[in-house]
Design a protein around this ligand. Structure first.
Ligand SMILES: Nc1ncnc2c1ncn2[C@@H]1O[C@H](COP(=O)(O)OP(=O)(O)OP(=O)(O)O)[C@@H](O)[C@H]1O
Ligand SMILES: [Mg+2]
Length: 365
């Protein structure tokens, strides 16, 4: 690039930044860890508040396990509650993300805001009971990411048995997670299971309206309604896609609203696929390749594919529950289909072959 070209490019870039800034009031509103002043409160939150208030009064914990699809507000809900409880009733929350701190050892160290090196596990436990006052709420976000190697999830065993009576909250988008916990941990934890259903189109609309009001200078009429409807219909109600599509549309990232939405969806799908394990990816590929897409035939194809890729295949039951998990990630849709006068399930992949092949090229070399 010559000097003149560069100067022209700087001018072009400046104009572009100006154009974007002319429609956006506050970019932070579109970041996924932004906590809105007025989030949409789902009805399930009342049950959670009741549990927390009772705990604050009695000191007797009722642990909770909150399950729900991606982008249904699990993380946001607890971050918002943390703030509300700090203001109103002085119940402290300590939270970590288990995707980042993916073993009991690392998770305890992170809760103590210390480096994990140089301690024995039992020392960390002692320090925890000494330094973290009770009552306190311990939120383990993406708790199913506590490593597969850490199969007993020692931290859960420790927290649920501690004389300090902490209240444990497990957040996850994997409903199989509780079933996989070891028996003694499950029996001492006995959490109240709180499912978060996916948001309705109306709830998504309310969430996006608030984002538009707080984050944008101008909004074209009908835009938010259109994006909310597309999010509910095409993504298993992952609000992240709606938020990103709204920003793209407001800043004219692409020509039409549909194109902005597709671009937002592609961005988010890339993130989800990068976090999905090999077995689930093979199931997704089998669903894409098998022409009938009926659950049982897809399973057969999945077993063959696994052999080709030298992966041990899941049994049918585990395969079936992984389908539920993939649906909660918004990667497939399960539809009821009538075959020979009986009903069965058909799998509709929501990911394009190109998107999936790109991940395969990276993960299975
Ligand atoms: N009730 C709500 N009000 C306002 N914004 C919301 C609400 N629910 C979700 N959002 C927004 O949608 C995005 C996704 O929400 P969140 O991160 O809480 O999802 P999640 O259930 O934790 O998903 P994951 O399973 O991927 O962790 C965030 O940007 C969040 O601020
Ligand atoms: Mg989350």
């Amino acid at each position: 690039m010559g000097q003149e070209d560069l100067i022209a490019y700087i001018e072009q870039s400046r104009k572009e930044a100006e154009r974007v800034a002319s429609s956006v009031k506050d970019f932070r509103v579109f970041s996924f860890d932004h906590i809105p002043e007025r989030p949409v409160i789902r009805p399930e939150v009342k049950r959670i508040v009741d549990c927390l208030v009772r705990y604050q009064n009695s000191g007797i914990p009722r642990h909770m396990a909150v399950f729900g699809a991606r982008g249904c507000g699990k993380t946001l809900t607890f971050r918002y509650l943390e703030r509300a409880f700090a203001d109103k009733v002085r119940l402290p929350f300590f939270g970590i993300n288990c995707r980042v701190h993916n073993s009991s050892f690392k998770a305890l160290a992170a809760l103590l805001k210390t480096k994990p090196r140089g301690y024995a596990y039992s020392e960390l436990c002692e320090r925890f009971e000494r330094e973290i006052p009770s009552p306190a709420v311990i939120v383990l976000d993406e708790s199913d990411m506590l490593g597969e190697k850490d199969s007993r999830r020692d931290i859960l065993y420790f927290l649920s048995r501690s004389p300090k009576r902490y209240l444990v909250v497990l957040l996850s988008n994997n409903h199989r997670y509780l079933k996989n916990l070891d028996e003694s941990t499950r029996s001492s934890l006995q959490p109240e299971v709180i499912p978060f259903r996916t948001y309705s189109a109306q709830e998504i609309l309310d969430i996006l309206k608030d984002r538009a009001e707080t984050g944008l200078k101008v909004v074209e009429p009908g835009l938010i309604e259109e994006i909310a409807a597309m999010t509910a219909k095409n993504t298993n109600s992952d609000v992240r896609v709606g938020i990103k599509a709204l920003l793209y549309a407001a800043t004219n990232e692409a020509g039409t609203v549909e194109e902005c939405f597709s671009k937002a969806r592609e961005d988010i799908i890339k993130d989800v696929l990068a976090d999905t394990n090999e077995k689930a990816l093979l199931i997704l590929k089998a669903a894409q390749e098998e022409p009938t897409r009926l659950v049982k035939t897809v399973y057969q194809h999945y077993v063959d594919l696994s052999r080709n890729y030298k992966e041990e295949p899941y049994g049918y039951t585990q395969f079936y529950s992984t389908l539920g998990y993939l649906a909660s990630l918004g990667l497939i849709l399960m539809v009821s289909a009538k075959v020979d006068r009986t009903f069965t399930n058909r799998i509709e992949p929501l990911v394009s072959p190109d998107e999936l092949n790109a991940v395969f090229a990276q993960r299975f070399q």
